[in-house]
Design a protein. Structure first.
Length: 123
């Protein structure tokens, strides 16, 4: 079952309806546009609510291909030192959300460089 794009609440949680799914262990995968995917499993036992920790997503994936590699570095390099409104600014490289691409964003990309995220789930 695929759920639509969902944003978290102020506490970092998102909620999806799982009523109607039979009890069992289910795989999950979560990915944001500038982040590497995480995956795991969650048991559903018929309880009215179920929580699952999905972990911190690693950033650096400018082109959203679930890898942090040379194309991501090139995107960041081409917009480095720019901010919203500047010609050539590309918000895909703004991992900190401050509307500027600077050393903080580079450090996040560097920390994940060469990494890939969890593979898509298959039935």
């Amino acid at each position: 079952m695929n759920f639509p794009v969902t944003t978290t609440d102020g506490s970092g949680f998102f909620v999806v309806a799982v009523g109607g799914l039979p009890n069992g262990t289910y795989g999950w995968r979560v990915k944001g546009p500038a982040y590497l995917a995480n995956a795991g499993t969650v048991p559903l036992t018929g309880a009215p609510t179920t929580s699952a920790e999905m972990g911190l997503l690693r950033s650096g994936d400018c082109n959203n291909d679930n890898l942090v590699s040379a194309p991501d570095f090139i995107i960041l390099k081409n917009t480095f030192g720019k901010g919203t409104g500047d010609p050539g600014y590309d918000d895909r490289a703004d991992f900190t959300g401050d509307a500027r691409v600077n050393a903080s964003d580079f450090t996040l990309l560097k920390a994940s460089f060469g990494s890939g995220g969890a593979s898509p789930l298959s039935p």
